[in-house]
Design a protein around this ligand. Structure first.
Ligand code: PHE
Length: 342
């Protein structure tokens, strides 16, 4: 009987070595281990043995059964591709793609600008987006009843500041950081302050209620318009990586005197005229000027000792020019088809 069991084991293991598919494996399982299978039948004969022989053959049969079952499981796993027993990994299979987030185009350009200004010794500042009327207008030489307040369409908030003195507004520009910076750091001072601003605008391809600006401020002894224009050119050439034609026009802003508008040749049409430049060939990019003495005083800086320039870069517009984006509404749309291009 022992020989018979060993013979069956050999047959089964040989047969399993040749198995090529699951259907055949199942057939074999039935043939040997099924109710009427050869091995099962052989085991039944055990009952006829007695005493020592029964014990001996019984334990051999158990061992053989274990070996056979193990081989069946192994063969099945191999056929089903579960080869973890040997720890095999097919490195040629394509990997699972993991989606990664990335920086928004505004942030990308902001970082480049920060690099350019860092080299010129400017520090980076932040200011509150919910700003007091005082810093947004009053301290920028725009008193409460002055018609210049109408230059910016403002979202007023239904609350006053902590001390109850001033209305709160969603800041309409980054210029409030000018006075905050002077009060905190005094003169001399070089800083930029990028960030979001809000205006109650009718929205179209060129206008949004939420957009980005970057304020710049430089205060020292003997600062002039020449310094301003030199820094502006450094900025524009740095960001576009080539020389861009510019022009300077007079501009009015209550917090600078004199005030200028620095325009660049439209990078979308090259100056021939298109919807992005309102068919003028030029883009208003950099309103700027020499900080008004009243503003210096609000910032605690003596206008008889110090002078300075300030600019308010149309940051969103710069990004549009840089990447050739024709519609401002894309930036806050959350549309991945747009965002994934950067
Ligand atoms: N804050 C002004 C605006 O948003 C721009 C500006 C900034 C003009 C600094 C001059 C100097 O319109």
């Amino acid at each position: 009987m022992k020989e018979q069991l060993i013979e069956i084991k050999k047959n089964i293991l040989d047969a399993l070595n040749d198995v090529k598919d699951l259907a055949f494996l199942e057939k074999l399982e039935k043939k040997y281990l099924g109710r009427k299978g050869e091995f099962t039948q052989a085991l039944r004969k055990l009952a006829q043995l007695s005493g020592e022989a029964k014990k001996e053959v019984g334990s051999l049969a158990n061992e053989i059964k274990k070996d056979i079952e193990k081989k069946f499981v192994e063969t099945r796993n191999n056929l089903e591709g579960k080869t973890d027993k040997k720890g095999f990994i097919d490195v040629t299979l394509p990997g699972e793609k993991i989606e990664r987030g990335h920086l928004h185009p505004i942030t990308l350009v902001q970082r480049e600008l920060e690099d350019i200004f860092k080299k010129m010794g400017f520090m980076f500042l932040d200011g509150p987006e919910l700003e007091s009327d005082y810093f947004c207008f009053e301290a920028l030489n725009i008193p409460y009843h002055h018609p210049a307040r109408d230059m910016q369409d403002t979202f007023y908030i239904d609350h006053k500041n902590e001390k109850g003195e001033f209305d709160l507004v969603m800041r309409t520009h980054t210029s409030p950081v000018q006075v905050r910076a002077m009060l905190k750091y005094g003169a001399p001072l070089r800083c930029i302050a990028p960030g979001r601003v809000y205006r109650c605008e009718a929205i179209d391809a060129c206008h949004e209620h939420t957009f980005d600006q970057m304020e710049g401020l430089m205060i020292d002894k003997n600062i002039s318009l020449d310094n301003l224009i030199a820094v502006m050119k450094e900025l524009i050439n740095g960001i576009f990586g080539r020389k861009i034609e510019t022009r300077v026009r007079p501009g009015y802003f209550p917090f600078v005197e004199p005030g200028i508008e620095l325009d660049i040749k439209c990078t979308i049409c090259g100056g021939t005229g298109c919807p992005s430049c309102k068919h003028s060939g030029w883009l208003e990019l950099l309103p700027a000027g020499m900080v008004h003495p009243n503003v210096l005083k609000y910032g605690g800086v003596d206008p008889n000792v110090y002078s300075g320039f300030a600019f308010g870069l149309g940051f969103t517009r710069l990004v549009m020019m840089r990447y050739g984006i024709g519609d401002i509404r894309f930036f806050n749309s959350g549309d991945l088809r747009f965002l994934e291009q950067f």
